[in-house]
Every structure is written in C-alpha cells, then in structure tokens.
Design a protein around this ligand. Sequence first.
Ligand code: ADP
Length: 162
Amino acid sequence: MNIVVCPGTFDPVTNGHLDIIYRAAKIADKVIIGVAENSSKKLLFTLEERINFIKSEIDEKDDIMVESFDSLVVKFAGKHKAQTIVRGLRAVTDFEHEFQMAQLNKELAPNIETLFIMAKPEYGYLSSSAVKEIALYGGDVSGLVPEMVRNALLKKTKVFGG
Ligand code: ADP
C-alpha cells in the first residue's frame, strides 16, 4: 500500500495546503495529514483548533486521516508505515529550506522519500502567515481559507481590535 504523510503546522490550514493534500490523495492509497503539536514559530491557533479546521474540510475516511505528532517527521512517517513525505513547493524561496529538510530526512531514514508537489499558480503566494496578517489587519480572506478558518480569524481580529 502506498501510504504518504503530509506534515505541517497548518496554523491555519489554507486552500493551498488543501490543494496539495487532495493532489497527494490522487497518487496515494492513503494520506495521513500530520499536524505538528509544536513549532519554533509562534502559533496563533491551538493544536485542537488546527486539527478541527482540517477536519471541517476533509472527510476522514480510511484513506485520508488527520493525526497530530510531536516527533521527527520521519518517525511519524515510520509509525504509520508511510514510505513518502509529501511537501508543497511554492517559490524558490521555499526551496532551500525544503531541500535541507529532505536531505536531513534522507540521512535519518534512507528508505523514506520526500515528494514535492508544486503549488497551483493561484496559491503560489498563499501562506498561513500571509493569511493571518491579512485577517488581523481587517482584510478579506475568503477564497484563501475554509469558511471555518475565516470565521475563527474574524473572531481573533475582534479580540485584537484589528
Ligand atoms: P511547516 O511549518 O512545516 O512549513 P506549513 O503548515 O507552513 O508547515 O506548510 C506545510 C506544507 O505545505 C509545506 O510543505 C509548505 O511548503 C506547503 N504549503 C504551504 N502553503 C502552500 C501553498 N499555498 N501551496 C502549496 N503548498 C503550500
């Protein structure tokens, strides 16, 4: 069985992430979306919120699941018997970081491959941090994120008085 993991912080999930997940699902028998519990970046949403946003869009079935993880990505992949880590690539600015991660992961787990899926042109500029910035300054993020995320961002904007 061709099992892949799609790891990320998803703070919050965007339509760009979802596009990569759906495209990964077309080439894999099973996709496990890995939501990182912690991050070196300051997170806006809790783990539970980040997972619920993804679940609001993705119907969890046997072939697509959402799981949290708090370990090396290769450990998470191994635990789920995944042979492949799928990452999205937007611009060359993503490349250096992703290349380094892929090489490190190859060193740590030679049997696991990293597969890159290129962002759709319309999502090439889209990132969780851009979405947060737009929302916190009162911009409209519809079309960029699921409805549930948009509402949660609106709520945060009110709290912060944006
Ligand atoms: P991380 O903190 O691990 O980079 P993210 O949640 O920011 O996690 O991103 C998870 C993955 O999704 C990364 O491979 C990232 O490059 C990719 N990604 C993020 N936004 C987009 C987008 N708009 N289109 C395609 N891939 C994306």
